[in-house]
Design a protein around this ligand. Structure first.
Ligand SMILES: N[C@@H](CCC(=O)N[C@@H](CS)C(=O)NCC(=O)O)C(=O)O
Length: 220
């Protein structure tokens, strides 16, 4: 049995959960993957047991049947994308794959990562994890917001960032917008196109709606 170590509210593991959900797969209902929830509230990611699995003390981690460890969200998502479901969310042809890669990296490094830095440098729960530099917070948020202006133009007249179907780049941009809320950045106030995009993605993939879908399923 493979093991997927996640924290359901954190953006990097959510990439994997949303990728699977976008293919109609419920992570808790997979025959060959066991989900292991890592409790951030109790710093379980820093425990001795988890550190043995991933010395970087981060989630997600996917442990394969032969004990191979994939300890980065991109690697985990590449694996899940290839092994599960019909259509790849990484792009349908060579050019699309390159476009998805490009949009995904800009969304990741300019939007999500800068918000994560702002969070790590300001939130009390991360004081153990990083040496907090409060001066880092405002410029990091400003950097993310600046990149959002770029995505507002990319989404003009388009439903998704690349092609006509949802791709991994959309998932990462959505997670960036969603994480920005923790820094008091309103995802609905960054431009009309981003607001439309955020609403649509959030209806499908918000933490609340994904667990709601699950409890409805369980009640069947
Ligand atoms: N490069 C890694 C980064 C993963 C990462 O930073 N994950 C966060 C959750 S979004 C984490 O585990 N943080 C641990 C902590 O804050 O203590 C990846 O993309 O998988």
């Amino acid at each position: 049995m493979k093991k997927l170590y996640i924290t359901r509210t954190a953006p990097n593991p959510r990439k994997a959960l949303i990728l699977l959900a976008s293919k109609g797969i419920d992570v808790d209902d997979m025959d060959d993957i066991d989900v292991v929830d890592i409790d951030f509230a109790n710093n379980e990611q820093m425990s001795e047991a988890f550190t043995k699995i991933n010395p970087m003390q981060t989630v997600p981690v996917l442990k394969l049947d032969d004990n191979t460890i994939l300890n980065d969200s991109q690697a985990v998502c590449e694996y899940l994308d290839r092994v599960y479901g019909e259509r790849s969310v990484m792009g349908n042809d060579v050019v699309q794959r390159a476009q998805v890669c490009s949009m995904r990296r800009i969304a990741e490094f300019e939007v999500l990562y800068n918000y994560m830095l702002a969070f790590q440098h300001s939130h009390p729960s991360k004081a153990q994890r990083v040496e907090q530099v409060p001066e880092f917070v405002a410029p990091s948020i400003a950097r993310s917001n600046k990149a959002l202006a770029y995505f507002e133009t990319v989404l003009e007249g388009r439903e998704y960032l690349v092609g006509e179907q949802l791709s991994f780049a959309d998932i990462v941009l959505y997670l960036g917008l969603d994480f920005g809320k923790l820094l008091k950045v309103d995802p609905n106030a960054q431009g009309e196109n981003l607001a439309r995009f955020y609403q649509k993605m959030n209806d499908r993939f918000s933490i609340a709606n994904m667990s709601k879908a699950k409890s409805t399923d369980e009640n069947k």
